[in-house]
Write a protein that binds this ligand. Structure first.
Ligand SMILES: [Zn+2]
Length: 329
């Protein structure tokens, strides 16, 4: 089922909502399972209560704790992260938790209020982006054009005061996140230090391999300019000498005719090579533009939806790599 999520989404909105409900229900089931497990093995220190805010933080945290610990996810995979609204269920999970792992950089806007409301004074918070040098896209000269658009579009654009939060999509910055999470977990559970260290080492090695692959395979398409509809791939683009032009931020209400004009204007102006949509986004007008200008159109996945298999992050990053290298050719 999960491999066909993107076509599934685009075919039918109602099905999409049903899927979200299903995912929400299954995360509730998972949460109650973990509570059961916890109470049946209270002796074991390793059955702790760790909560990650959204899917990428879940993968990174799970990669470090391994199979010994259960991790809950606050934002059900497939939900919009940027303007997520906390639920009563989130509050009860957080009230019981020892450790919370967040991406930080203003991505999880709902968290501050939620934490204040829950009042769990024992909760240890891990900011995975601590110490990471971020980019404020607005200061990039190449993105001057985006800057103008951003102001016209102010209301529906997700704006982050602390810099671009999409750190997890860069295999190099993801390694910094792993280190931050590892160090935070060791502080919270000193007894698990050697397990966390060796798991983290493996995960870091896997991310290094991923980085090498991206570096090698994207070298031939250096300088490729591409259009996205969610400015999530700036770090990735910069890392591998590509250029993301985030011309239109996907508005809640769908793409307007003005957005369409903007895209075709950018295509002409910037000698764009490719257009990238996201899973779940299927707009005939965008496909028409790609056809008219003879551009590749592929999907880039920000990994905020999908399944919780430990390897899923790497599977999707590999798919993103294939999309980039084939579209930019
Ligand atoms: Zn985003």
């Amino acid at each position: 089922m999960l491999f066909s999520i993107s076509s599934f989404f685009s075919k039918n909105r109602i099905k999409y909502y049903l899927l979200i409900i299903f995912l929400t229900l299954s995360s509730i089931t998972t949460a109650s399972c973990s509570l059961q497990q916890k109470s049946s093995s209270d002796e074991s220190k390793s059955q702790s209560n760790v909560v990650a805010t959204f899917l990428p933080m879940y993968f990174f945290t799970k990669g470090i704790v391994g199979s010994s610990q259960q991790i809950d996810i606050l934002i059900p995979p497939g939900s919009e992260v940027h303007d997520y609204q906390a639920t009563p269920q989130n509050a009860s999970i957080l009230a019981e938790a020892d450790v919370l792992v967040k991406n930080g950089l203003g991505l999880e806007e709902f968290l501050e209020d939620l934490i204040n409301n829950v009042g769990n004074s024992q909760l240890k918070k891990i900011d995975a982006s601590q110490g990471i040098e971020t980019i404020d896209i607005e200061h990039e000269e190449e993105h001057e054009e985006d800057h103008k658009h951003e102001h016209e579009h102010e209301e529906d654009h997700h704006h982050h005061e602390s810099g671009d939060p999409h750190v997890w999509l860069d295999p190099v910055l993801a390694q910094e996140q792993i280190k931050n999470i590892r160090d935070g977990l060791i502080k919270a559970y000193p007894g698990q230090e050697s397990i966390y260290n060796s798991n983290a080492e493996q995960y870091l090695a896997q991310l290094q391999q991923l980085d090498t692959k991206f570096r090698q395979r994207l070298a031939p398409v250096k300088g490729c300019k591409f259009i996205t509809f969610h400015d999530a791939f700036f770090y990735l683009a910069q890392r591998y000498n590509l250029q993301q032009m985030a011309v239109v931020d996907i508005p809640e209400a769908g793409i307007s005719p003005r957005d369409i004009q903007r895209v075709s204007k950018a295509v002409k102006e910037f000698q764009v090579k490719a257009i990238f949509t996201e899973p779940g986004m299927d707009d005939k007008r965008i496909q028409q533009i790609a056809q008219d200008f003879n551009l590749s159109i592929k999907a880039l996945d920000p990994i905020t939806s999908g399944n919780t298999e430990p390897d899923y992050y790497f599977q999707i990053m590999e798919q993103n790599l294939v999309s980039l290298e084939t579209a930019c050719k």
